[in-house]
Design a protein around this ligand. Sequence first.
Ligand SMILES: [Zn+2]
Length: 552
Amino acid sequence: MKAHLGVAAALLMGSTAVAQTAPAQAKKGKQEQQPKLVVLLVVDQLGADVLSKMEPRLSPKGIKRILGGTRFTDSTYRQLATYTGPGHALLGTGVYPHKSGIVSNKYYDRTTGKSVTTLLDPAHPLIDSPADPEDDSSPEKLLAPTVGDLLKQKSPDSKVVAIALKDRAAVLMAGHTGKAYWLSESTGKMTTSTFFESALPAWVTGFNSKNPMDAQFGKVWDRSQPAAKYFGPDEAAYEGDYKGLGKTFPHKITGKLDKPGPDFYTAFAATPYATDWELTFVKAAVEAEGLGADAAPDILAVSFTAPDYAGHAYGPDSHEVQDSILGVDRAIGDLVTYLEKKVGAKNLVFAFSADHGAAPAPEKLAAEGKTVRRIKKAELKAAVQKALQDKYGPGEWVSALEDPSIYLNTKLAEEKKIAPAELEKTALEAALKVPQIAAGFTRTELIAGTNPERPYFKETRLTFHPDRAGEVLLVPAENSFWGKYGEKSEGSTHGSPYGYDKHVPLAFYGAGIKKQVVKTPVDQADIAPTLAAFLGIEIPNADGQVRPEVKK
Ligand SMILES: [Zn+2]
């Protein structure tokens, strides 16, 4: 009986939509009905390899439901730095870092002489949360409009809401005119910054008081399926002890504190409970913002953050990541069912993807006899410093190292009248001698487009923005890496142009979308233009294209 009522309600809502949008459609002579709500679902860190291993254990109602639309089995990112910032920027805008300016999660700011988190904006602090130098609080550094920005330009009554536990994921999907909400790991509450709003809306404050993360202090995270179903070992030497969660199930979530505090919030954010909590917030946003409720089409973008935190700590083959994906699977199933009831299946278009995959922990592969390693910044810095010093004399030649860039002291080079191309070449040659650095390119080569057919040149070119990239950009050998996780001795990361990082799941599902499996290679840059097309928008200067096979 309930199901019938649901169908009736959906039909009723659908017919209302037709009535409301009919005049506008007649004016434009358009035959198709636009969706009332476009939903972008992103998993923060989910390689296509991990998904295919997990697939037999997923619910038919969750991720698989979306995969049952148009599924692309070979979709990849084409930039070198496969990180959260560049990935979400591409999903939001349809352009790679060379145009979005989001070259990596961090870059060296030459004007201040400091390495900064890419979306740092002290002029727009978080609301009700102490300032942190790692806050990614506004899209001011995003140099391209998001699909949401273009939608609001065309249809000012449209709403664009982006939600993640991780700040940069939410900010980059919301863009310049949408609303972004994320978790403050200082307070354990959902927040935004003054870029988006002057104060937290009442519904956000209401969510925070009704769903205190503090109430979940001391909860135990255990596997949601029988242990025998999980592949690989639960304990491995390369797994970290993330904020006191420990290395094996069951994980008690306290952040090693005796009462709730930032380490507890950070630990909690890595668990499936955080995904449930995020889902509750998403539903509250749909209700409060009235997403999909009127004729002006809206966008809801959700990035599920927990798998990335679990992945970095335990590696992509861990039981923790597997359980984390199962958590996202449940959340997506719940959300799709909820939205189909609320907005009507015929008014919804979904896209599902990830911002990057991840590499297996180097120690795991080393134990299997592969030559892989964590490349230390100090080693790279020393090699480059020595080469430049030997050739050009004493001085602090290396200003900063922010994967994938080495930033050189260009001021000193200028004083010594060293040609930039020569300085860069000397530095690059030295860096290439460091074991497990596979390739590298200089700023001069990247700007000039010298020999673009060389392996990894195109990927590096797409990651390069002249204002934010360094003088030398490096490509590590497969399965080796440098940067934040190169400095550690456990856990794993992403950021390379290799399959495990760049190859991610992609599917579209919903009204007017074909049910099919497409095996031809496609580009992650195609997602934004394809979603935009459902909204009757064209992205100017996009790096991807509308996938013509998606629409019926
Ligand atoms: Zn990410």
